[in-house]
Design a protein around this ligand. Structure first.
Ligand SMILES: C[S@@+](CC[C@H](N)C(=O)[O-])C[C@H]1O[C@@H](n2cnc3c(N)ncnc32)[C@H](O)[C@@H]1O
Length: 251
């Protein structure tokens, strides 16, 4: 349980990340190339984080984009970046809970996505259902979601905030989409190396923060949480938990 300001931990631990999920920048570029959007296409991204994916879509395809995120830190980073890189773009960044975001017109987006925040809609299925509602017929739905490679022992679940029921398997994530009548186009499954980079950058960023702010009264709490997550990752999650980006078409 965090008693300091809730978003601070994520801001501190994700300072060095361009993308706040276990996908490499190279793979993100592949995804962006694969999407081949027309200029003026409408894109919605829930939990846009620092906005890198959305801003790259604007840069490459000149799309009209809406990004929603609840963290004032991440959204502040996204706004600064957007001002620098795409100052004249049709890009709206909204600080609010994605669960409450209702676009003016349903089924109006060519692409609706959410990478790494499916808890907002109570899991993978809820996220897909929400995104399907926002997507035009024949549009694209893209999600990033963890999956179980194997089931960790009880000891893990005793210590972790993650419950086994929160995630499916890789094929399960695909089938959940197909049962909602989505057609699978592609999956980008992350490697150990990508996971290690995503998690390791958090340790690195924390060290940098400690060097810069040794007197921060929140440091014991920040470090306790980081160390707990580090242990869970090194002992169990590294072998048991996968991550993939799923590209679906609404048919
Ligand atoms: C794992 S990060 C992923 C960020 C981004 N999609 C990326 O891949 O770089 C999760 C994001 O979800 C955001 N978030 C968490 N709860 C949210 C909510 N209820 N509504 C909107 N955004 C939320 C966090 O602020 C964070 O930016």
């Amino acid at each position: 349980m965090i008693t300091m300001e809730f978003w601070k931990y994520y801001d501190v631990t994700h300072k060095e990340h361009l993308v706040c999920n276990p996908t490499s920048v190279e793979k993100l570029n592949e995804l962006i190339n694969l999407l081949t959007l027309k200029s003026g296409s409408k894109v919605l991204e829930i939990a846009t984080g620092k906005g890198e994916f959305l801003i790259q879509l604007v840069e490459k395809y000149n799309v009209s984009a809406i990004g929603v995120d609840l963290s004032p830190y991440h959204l502040g980073d996204a706004k600064r970046k957007a001002k620098e890189r795409v100052p004249n773009a049709d890009l709206t960044l909204i600080e609010m809970d994605g669960a409450n975001y209702k676009p003016d017109t349903p089924e109006s987006f060519d692409l609706a996505c959410c990478l790494g925040a499916s808890w907002i809609y109570k899991g993978h299925e809820g996220t897909l259902k929400y995104l399907i509602l926002q997507t035009k017929h024949n549009g694209l739905v893209v999600v990033g979601e963890p999956f179980w490679i194997s089931k960790p022992p009880k000891e893990y679940f005793d210590l972790s905030e993650i419950k086994y029921e929160m995630f499916s398997t890789h094929i399960g994530n695909v089938q959940i989409g197909e049962e909602l009548s989505l057609r699978l186009l592609y999956t980008f499954v992350s490697t150990h190396e990508e996971w290690d980079r995503y998690i390791g950058l958090q340790w690195y960023a924390m060290d940098k923060y400690i060097q810069a702010y040794p007197g921060d009264p929140d440091l014991p709490e920040l470090l306790a949480k980081l160390n707990k997550e580090k242990d869970l990752y090194l002992k169990w999650e590294r072998e048991a938990l996968g991550w993939a980006i799923y590209v679906f078409r609404k048919v």
